[in-house]
Design a protein around this ligand. Structure first.
Ligand code: UDP
Length: 399
């Protein structure tokens, strides 16, 4: 079989990397495994490609300053369509909910090439939240040939939308495979200079990330203001904000954080380094989808800087809570979690996967019978034990 993986952004590269590697590990079944980068995001994706040694056969290099989703959509549809017609894979794989994912699904549909969606079925239930990702993944799931759902809940979203059960396999989330692999590969590397200089080795670490499109402007300034207040109240902690290169994020930093702010604003970190930093953290504050999952897998308490999450499984064992962008709610949640004990690293099965999602996808594509992944029962993870009284069923703040 010939399989083509289509990747546009850093999170797609991270979560698709284990799948590409699992396919490459089976040359008996996959005679060609190729990768096409749309280039929707440039440097951040290139770093992941290098970290996981992914082969890149096509690079559409679409990124333009000030690009809109429509720009990427229009150029990507033509570019990916041409690649599909040249490559003629037996299967095109795409991941997640970016413009590149939607374009990949559309282009494969037009070229009549079977396509499969990795991490299918995530939903908030509101088409505009998150914007525009909920629309991307809903349309992509409708038109692709096969859905690899990360969890049983994602599967039930798909079934509710009329996707037949025989077009869905629950695999676990490939993020579990990815973060474990990255930590293993990078485990012996020294910390980069900026992290050592910030004092991560002898202080508790708090990691902040925030760059969602719907938070640009006032919400982002509120988030940063809350982080600044927290960092001033907790001088024993090292607050690190690896800031996304987006100009809107830069603007919010200069508006909300004074020169004397104890929040260290640093460039984005390479994934292997970032994964190890998350593993070391006492607390994570994030509006990212993937980082919520990674925090849950690593057993690190986390505050989700969003009003709703399409990843409720990550909150299921009481490690994380939703706080939106209101500074008082963020500070209240962070204070509560900072005092909470860390859970041990979850090395086996987690509420998001067992680290073998990529292997299942490769086996399924190879035509083998694959048993769906099943989440651990409450006793295995501590789910339902409500460790720090953080997650209450029916609690408005916890979705
Ligand atoms: N990430 C990284 N370096 C950083 C910040 C994030 O490697 O400095 C990784 C992070 O571990 C996660 C992914 O990038 O796997 C999240 O990307 P992003 O927040 O852009 O997207 P989302 O998860 O919201 O789709």
């Amino acid at each position: 079989m010939r399989v083509l993986a289509l990747i546009g952004t850093r999170p797609e590269a991270i979560k698709m990397a284990p799948v590409v590697r699992a396919l490459q590990a089976r040359p008996d079944r996959f005679s060609r495994v190729s990768v096409c980068l749309s280039g929707q995001h440039r440097e951040l994706t290139d770093e992941v490609v290098r970290r996981f040694s992914l082969p890149v056969d096509y690079d559409l290099n679409l990124m333009r300053p000030g690009q809109t989703p429509e720009d990427v959509l229009a150029a990507g549809l033509r570019g990916i369509g041409e690649v599909l017609r040249t490559e003629q894979p037996d299967y095109a794989l795409f991941h997640g909910d970016t413009v590149t994912a939607l374009v990949a699904a559309l282009a494969a549909f037009y070229a009549r090439i079977p396509s499969a969606h990795v991490e299918a079925g995530l939903r908030t239930g509101t088409l505009t939240r998150p914007f525009p990702e909920e629309m991307h993944r809903t349309v992509a799931d409708r038109i692709c040939s096969f859905c690899y759902a990360p969890t049983p809940q994602a599967r039930s979203h798909l079934e509710r939308e009329g996707i037949p059960s025989d077009r869905i396999l629950v695999t676990g989330n490939t993020v579990v495979d990815a973060i474990r692999l990255a930590i293993r590969i990078a485990s012996e590397e020294p910390w980069p200079e900026e992290l050592a200089a910030a004092g991560i080795e002898d202080r508790k670490v708090v990691v902040l990330t925030a760059h969602r499109r719907e938070h640009f402007g006032a919400p982002l300034r509120r988030i940063l203001g809350a982080a600044d207040r927290l960092a001033r109240a907790h001088r024993d902690c090292c607050f690190l904000f690896p800031a996304h290169p987006n100009p809107e994020v830069r603007r919010a930093v200069s508006d909300a954080l004074g020169a004397d702010s104890p929040v260290h604003v640093i460039p984005p970190l390479e994934y292997g380094v970032f994964a190890r930093l998350l593993q070391r953290a006492a607390l994570i504050l994030t509006d990212s989808g993937g980082i919520q999952e990674e925090a849950s897998v690593l057993g690190v308490p986390f505050v989700v800087l969003r009003e709703a999450t399409e990843r409720p499984e990550a909150l299921s064992d009481g490690l994380g809570c939703l706080a939106g962008t209101d500074p008082d709610r963020i500070i209240e949640a962070a204070e509560r979690l900072l005092g909470a004990p860390r859970q041990p690293n979850k090395m086996g099965n987690t509420p998001l996967g067992d680290g073998r999602a990529a292997e299942r996808i490769a086996a399924h594509l190879a035509g083998e019978e694959v048993a769906p992944w099943t989440p651990p029962s409450a006793g295995e993870t501590g789910a339902g034990e409500n460790h720090q009284g953080i997650y209450q069923a029916g609690d408005r703040n916890n979705g």
